[in-house]
Ligand binder design. Structure first.
Ligand SMILES: [Zn+2]
Length: 274
């Protein structure tokens, strides 16, 4: 019985992926809608923070929403870290002054804290992928400037082994959802992970940078496409920036005109040595 229920939940998760993951051709839209309705009946969408059942439009309960901390000005013009004091226009944080990041700007919608961590973990590991639709307006607002001039969105890739165990790349899901709304095309295979890296989890900043060094390459099939273009790297969380910086370096080297970074959340504790 246990095995059976696991299989059913896998099937529902799989259908849910078909229903919400990929933009489909218009002829297939009614089929996708049918699958969406079926999935919603068997597995109603729940608020990823409180677990309460919500409708597709609501996705997050008002109470849960009020727990989230959105990042706003004043912030570093480069990496987007929020300042606790008033700043003058164009001000950058000391970390960006010390070492200019390889991206043009980085922005995140939310502070990575207890509330957003729970939401992101459920989105990443618990098949609560419907919530991606809630992220879109938040990220559109946080990344308004870069989105206005972007040619492509590029999700930070997962190595295929990790992709196999998790079945979906959360960054690609976010990129697809943003793309549908903004009409900026996604290059899902723009950057490739050339080797498996250890989970960044508890590593310190220096170790994180070492861990991802030379772990990415521009897809040879996409090199011509990205030359001279404005690109936005999409990821779920900006922790020390090690991963996105490595990806940005790779893209700039391959001839991108400009690389920005847009994430759902970012760590703002200063003891992580940005
Ligand atoms: Zn900065």
């Amino acid at each position: 019985m246990y095995v059976f229920s696991i299989k059913i939940s896998k099937l529902i998760a799989y259908l849910s992926e078909i229903a919400y993951k990929n933009p489909v051709r218009s002829a297939l839209k009614p089929v996708q809608t049918l699958i969406q309705q079926a999935v919603d009946t068997v597995l109603p969408p729940r608020c990823v923070i409180t677990g309460d059942i919500v409708d597709r439009q609501g996705m997050i309960t008002a109470h849960a929403w009020s727990q989230l901390n959105f990042i706003a000005e004043p912030q570093c013009t480069k990496c987007g870290i929020p300042f606790e004091f008033e700043s003058f226009e164009g001000m950058t944080c000391t970390a960006c002054l010390d070492r200019e990041p390889p991206f043009e700007t980085a922005r995140a919608a939310l502070k990575y804290d207890d509330a957003s961590r729970d939401m992101i973990l459920r989105f990443k590991h618990a098949d609560q992928i419907h919530v991606v639709l809630a992220f879109v307006p938040w990220m559109e607002k946080a990344g308004a400037e870069m989105l206005a001039q972007a040619d492509y969105l590029i999700p930070v890739p997962l190595h295929r082994w990790r992709l196999l165990s998790r079945r979906y790349n959360q960054s690609a899901l976010i990129a697809h959802a943003l793309s549908r709304k903004t009409k900026i095309p996604t290059l899902v295979d723009g950057v490739l992970r050339t080797r498996a890296t250890e989970v960044q989890g508890y590593k310190k900043a220096v170790e994180r940078h070492k861990n991802v060094k030379k772990a990415f390459a521009v897809n040879p099939k996409r090199v011509e496409q990205i030359k001279g273009k404005n690109l936005i790297l999409i990821d779920d969380v900006y922790t020390t920036g090690a991963t996105v910086k490595e990806c940005a370096k790779t893209l700039v080297k391959a001839g991108a005109a400009r690389v920005d970074v847009l994430t759902l959340a970012r760590v703002v504790r200063d003891d992580l040595d940005f």
